[in-house]
Ligand binder design. Sequence first.
Ligand code: DAH
Length: 344
Amino acid sequence: MNDVEAKLMEAQEGALAALVDVQSEPGLEEWKQANLGKTSLVMRMFGSLGQVPKEDRPAVGRAVNALKVALETAFTEKQQVVKQNQLSQAIASEKLDITLPGRALRRGRLHPLNMTLREIYRVFGDMGFQIYRSPEVELDDFNFTFLNIPPYHPARDMWDTFYTETEGVLLRTHTSPGQIRVMRERAPEDIRVILPGVCMRYEQLTARSEIEFIQIEVLVVGKGISFADMKGTLKDFVARTFGPEARTRLRPSYFPFTEPSAEMDVECFICGGEGCGVCKGSGWLEILGCGMVHPTVLQYGGYDPSVYSGFAAGMGIDRSTLMRYRIDDIRHFRNNDIRFLEQY
Ligand code: DAH
């Protein structure tokens, strides 16, 4: 028995000494195989207990068991240590420096054109208008023919058009084709809408004009709509946008899709009507084209012109936005230069 005890003692010391050097999970696994696995001394001794003389058996059994428990306990403790070390190493190497100041969120802002658009939406919204969207790539018929501009008509020259390679398809030169689309969708109901959006014209790029620009179309259709309704609505729009004291005037004009047609000017808000560089000395700024919807256009839209009437208007917002923010070059709007955009 003393021999056995000595042997076990020695085995325990050897195993525990070896465990001291173990620093990793694979190392732990290897140690466990060697000292507690099937072929380890402990397990082999359990297996051969039957050959121990009967009277020694309980003592030997207890001793072997004590060794097994000691090794298992040591293993569990070491396992904790290895895990803890691994965690500390990970924390140290993936260190998060919480003393770094956070990155400030950059606050976005609206593009000046969008600010103008939103203001106009609000004003017309308050007046009971809906916003209607219509396509930027249009059919020739909608852009021209249904607006009372037949193919041969010289009025087509009023717009420098981008045609596509597909016959009859073009980039809309104004928002007016949307009039036909709303009418065809709504006829014979009353209509009170604005149609905002991008238009394209094949024009020279200068400080005052771009090939791409934004218009807002106004359309009202119903029974008994008169020129006075048009004038009142547009004057109200100007008062709500430029202030109640802003004076306006209507000048006779020509558009194929309205009869009679007019242009509305607002007193120059830079010089107050005195005459300056912005209004070219006239004291007035042209803001929109307008008129009573031409009977032919009403018909193309599906309304009987002997029963229904309506008025329409169209305004560009790029130039008025230029003036409003005293911007010197229209090309800034679409250059996407953050230094320009951050000013508004
Ligand atoms: N579509 C015209 C243009 O781009 C503007 C316009 C004038 C629209 C008179 C209208 C209108 O609805 O009645 O030049």
